[in-house]
Design a protein. Structure first.
Length: 596
């Protein structure tokens, strides 16, 4: 099978820049020449082509510069392995930066060995004057990696750290084979280059149209594989102390990287005073798989360094800044005008979140927003009928355009309904399904897709009920709607797990809210006079239970923190949940009991 070829629009012809040891580096410039200069550096076995999709996202705002590393055609390919040390990679970057932005600072984003070479450059005294910001992907400093491994091996009594050190060392063991003269380049050209392409396609799930390789990919990979022989054993055998970096650094940590584990980066803040860290649910080749996410992260950092206020995501990514659990997160809560919805919004606000509160009653939503603002929080109120799918989609569009994509979406809005199936008018039965189930489905459809596309995780909370698993003939429509929410959430949770998005199903019992007051009750014609009295009894029972919506809200916040799948609320909800699993027939028998 031939190697994948980049399908991007034709790139500009290269110009050549001379590096310190006579290597001629092929440089490609494009984009907005009036914008900040952004240099993109690739790793092995790639070429500058790996950045095609990222460049397409940034071309209108930045002066974009790419170059092919030594060994990658048409850049020179020195024969000696010693010409491929990270110090030489740093020299090449310095030569390119001087050529494309003389006397000016540049921003840098680098991947794999390109990033490793940049860490080497950043340790030099002149780096802070030349580099305004650095975004690193899957390419830590060799000093950081081997110091992490060696320190772990020196302290075998720290079992967790030892295990991680051994795991990381094992994941780099392939470098031993790639360091063997003659055998490594022959193997790369014969089958390893193609094998890596297949790994990108099937191991990391990158669609074929996003695989970005040059036409000379196998030969380039074979020539530039000397980077392993030049660096692996020398760095391992003489690991240096990590050096302080004075340049602002953004780490994009690919949590599914098969070669570099996320915990390797945990101690880098010791050497990088100005550090941001974002975690991306991606494999090693995220420039291919998640180009829009990377482009947005780079743009946010560059624009902040150049004077713009930090975005919410960038503030959240800053390392070493004290914050509450949900500080710099955006939370959307439907049905937030009263009850559990209002208390949930207030609870998230107390822990630092910014809120988008919505309710079919706009005035009550504004009351909730005002209550949050009175406590020093930030909240935005919207009127929303969750049963209207088009309205929910418009709401999502407006929220995302105005405030950004919510990190947590709480689908809480719902209505009560009491009465047996044969006593409930069709339009009222349908209304319960439209609001209780349809509202949850509409909210998930509008926001889950956006969370998946963002690629950095998130959380959805769907409020069901103990009635999800406790059938009652006198709550036919309500039980049915909440049971559907329960099953829908189970299915969606499995679907979203691959994208790193959590989903919690909340199952409260008799929480004292206004839902009983507003519940529509349908009874047989010969007993319709009992409705008002029964409503009063239910309200009194809920009030005597003394379990307010603030306690349910506390449970919701705790469940999000712990990423709980199912969270019953109140002891009886837990008890009935257990019975539903062990003795389901007992609950079916209780369903024969009547409220009316």
């Amino acid at each position: 099978m031939p190697p994948a070829i980049s399908q991007a629009t034709p790139r500009p012809a290269p110009r050549f820049v001379d590096s310190t040891d006579g290597v001629r580096v092929a440089v490609y410039e494009e984009g907005n020449t009036d914008g900040p200069t952004l240099i993109l550096v690739h790793g092995w076995p790639d070429s500058h082509v790996v950045w095609d999709s990222v460049v397409a996202e940034l071309a209108d705002r930045f002066h974009l510069v790419r170059y092919d590393n030594r060994g990658v055609s048409p850049t020179s390919a020195p024969k000696r392995a010693s010409a491929y040390t990270t110090a030489r990679y740093a020299d090449d970057f310095a030569a390119v930066a001087d050529a494309v932005a003389p006397g000016r600072q540049v921003h840098v984003v680098a991947h794999d060995w390109g990033s490793t070479g940049m860490w080497e450059y950043l340790s030099r005294p002149e780096a802070a004057a030349r580099v305004a910001s650095f975004t690193s992907l899957s390419g830590p400093s060799v000093d950081h990696v081997f110091r992490y491994v060696l320190d772990g091996l020196k302290r075998p009594y720290r079992l967790r750290r030892l295990g991680r050190a051994l795991n990381q060392f094992a994941r780099l063991s392939y470098m031993i084979f790639l360091s063997i003269p003659l055998i490594a380049p022959i193997s790369v050209r014969a089958f390893i280059a193609e094998g890596l392409r297949q790994f990108q396609r099937f191991g990391e799930g990158i669609p074929a149209e996003r695989l970005l390789h040059s036409r000379t990919y196998p030969a380039d990979a074979a020539r530039s594989v000397k980077v392993y022989r030049a660096n692996y054993f020398p760095s391992l055998l003489s690991a240096r102390s990590a050096r302080t970096v004075d340049v602002p650094v953004q780490l994009i940590v690919n949590t599914r990287d098969a070669f570099i584990r996320p915990y390797v980066y945990d101690e880098i803040d010791q050497w990088v005073p100005t550090l941001w860290r974002r975690e991306l649910r991606a494999g090693h080749w995220s420039p291919m798989s998640h180009a829009p996410v990377i482009a947005r992260a780079v743009a946010e950092l560059v624009e902040h360094i150049d004077g713009r206020p930090a975005t919410r995501e960038l503030r959240r990514a800053r390392v070493g800044v004290p914050r509450d659990h949900f500080t710099d997160m955006l939370v959307s809560v439907t049905g937030a005008g009263s009850g559990i919805g209002r208390e949930t919004a207030l609870a998230f606000a107390r822990e630092g979140a910014e809120l988008v509160v919505s309710d079919i009653d706009e005035a009550s939503a504004k009351e909730t927003a005002n209550a949050i603002q009175a406590r020093g929080g930030i909240a935005h109120a919207y009127a929303l009928d969750v049963s209207d799918a088009d309205a929910v989609e418009r709401f999502a569009d407006e929220v995302c355009a105005t405030h950004g994509l919510p990190d947590i979406v709480v689908n809480n809005a719902g209505v009560g309904q009491a009465g047996r199936f044969l006593d409930t008018p069709r339009d009222q039965w349908d209304r319960v399904l439209d609001v209780n189930l349809g509202g949850v489905v509409n909210g998930c459809r509008a926001f889950a897709r956006r969370l998946v596309e963002r690629g950095t995780g998130g959380h959805i909370v769907n409020v069901a009920s103990m009635a999800s698993y406790a059938p009652l003939q006198s709550l036919n429509a309500y039980c049915t709607s909440k049971a559907a929410v329960y099953m829908f959430s189970d299915c969606l949770r499995a679907e979203l797990d691959d994208a790193g998005i959590g989903l919690t199903t909340i199952c409260p019992s008799t929480v004292n809210t206004n839902i009983v007051r507003d519940t529509r009750i349908h009874a047989p014609a010969d007993r319709s006079g009992d409705v008002a009295g029964r409503r009063g009894q239910l309200q009194k029972m809920f009030a005597m239970r003394r379990y307010g919506p603030d306690k349910a809200a506390k449970a919701i916040v705790a469940a999000v923190k712990a990423n709980k799948a199912i969270r019953p609320v109140m002891p009886e909800a837990y008890f009935v949940y257990g019975v539903s699993r062990v003795l389901p027939q007992a609950l079916r028998s209780t369903a024969r009991g009547r409220v009316l």
